[in-house]
Design a protein around this ligand. Structure first.
Ligand code: ZN
Ligand code: ZN
Length: 349
């Protein structure tokens, strides 16, 4: 079968790799129908993630079950499934208490598991605990829903996690830092949580501003640093936002988040931290909390799935390009150069 392989900085290619086989009784083999390219894949692509050349890549996928180990429960060959960005057993203390991202048996695609999510097939360990059924052989999901269903693998639950951790309330003014796929999904999530006014701090890319407004952003601020803080306070007549949601993970974005955090509030964060150090003294005097981290996507998927299937939310609009698996090198280039927000790779036979 074919799969995307990381060869070194700015070099990915589609290579022939061995077909996956059932190795443990809890495994499933899934034929991938659609896979996402993630902002976090770009850290690997740019050589900033300490990933060895030759590694497989990708962690967002949905598809059809083609083979099941003897001990997999609740799934049948032919079922349509979506898979979270980390596999998890479904049985340990963390899985059963709502934090499958800390599963003691779990791991990441392409690392603890050899297979990754950008390829024709994947072996899924702990299939019972990991996969979520989205249709069966008699009722495949409508093709128009596939992009939104694919966001369940990562960016939509990640946005929901940030908003949940920030405690976004009905009618509130919520500030979202970041206009990438996760920031965009946080807008959907904040709208879903009933935020009255959503201010987004983003960059100067009109496609991102347009999508943010489509998702329900009230205002979009393109300044950075001190100017961004001034611009937000001008919009709010000097009042700090009720909630701040951080979806970038840089020192600069965290600094902005803390400066705009309202006393007594909790900053929700899901941006993978890069070079961020936290000075607790800055939080102490104003009773600022920080909550978030790697999203327990597997916990959120069953809750979000009915809303995606009914069309109540349409986070799939974050996929601003669709390419085939063979075009993966172009997909990475387009995302690296910010010429598209997020790419959906289709995996034809
Ligand atoms: Zn991702
Ligand atoms: Zn577990």
């Amino acid at each position: 079968m074919k799969a995307v392989v990381f060869n070194g900085p700015y070099d990915v290619s589609v290579e022939q790799v061995p077909d996956p086989r059932i190795e443990n009784a809890g495994d499933a083999i899934v034929k991938i129908v659609a896979a996402g390219v993630c902002g976090s894949d770009l850290w690997t692509y740019r050589g900033q993630a300490n990933v060895a050349a030759g590694a497989r890549i990708g962690h967002e996928f949905l598809g059809v079950v083609t083979e099941l180990g003897d001990q997999v429960c609740g799934l049948a060959v032919g079922d349509w499934v979506v898979c979270p960005f980390r596999f998890s057993c479904g049985e340990c203390d963390f899985c059963t208490s709502g934090l499958p991202s800390s599963c003691v048996n779990g791991g990441f695609w392409g690392r603890e598991a050899i297979d990754a999510g950008q390829g024709q097939y994947v072996r899924v360990p702990f299939a019972t605990g990991t996969l979520v059924k989205i249709g069966d052989s008699n009722s495949a999901p409508d093709v128009s829903l596939l992009p939104s269903l694919l966001t369940l693998a990562d960016v939509f639950p990640t946005g929901v996690h940030a908003v949940t951790q920030a405690g976004v309330t009905k009618g509130s003014t919520t500030l979202i830092i970041g206009d990438g796929a996760v920031g965009q999904c946080a807008i959907v999530a904040a709208r879903r949580a009933g935020a009255g006014r959503i201010i987004v701090l983003g960059g100067q890319h009109s496609d991102r501003e347009q999508l943010a407004k489509q998702f329900g952003a009230s205002e979009f601020v393109t300044e950075r640093g001190a100017e961004a803080i001034a611009a937000v306070l001008e919009l709010t007549a000097g009042r700090l936002p009720d909630h701040v949601v951080e979806c970038v993970g840089t020192a600069g974005s965290f600094d902005t988040a803390l400066q705009l955090a309202r006393p007594g509030s909790t900053v929700g964060y899901v941006g993978l931290p890069h070079g961020v150090t936290l000075d607790l003294a800055r939080l102490f005097g104003r009773n600022i909390g920080i909550a978030g981290g790697v999203a327990p996507a597997r916990k959120y998927i069953p809750e979000l799935l009915p809303e995606v299937l009914s069309g109540a939310v349409e986070p799939g609009a974050v996929f601003t390009s669709t390419l085939t698996l063979d075009e993966a090198p172009l997909a990475y280039q387009l995302m690296d150069e910010r010429r598209t927000i997020k790419v959906l790779l289709t995996c034809p036979e």
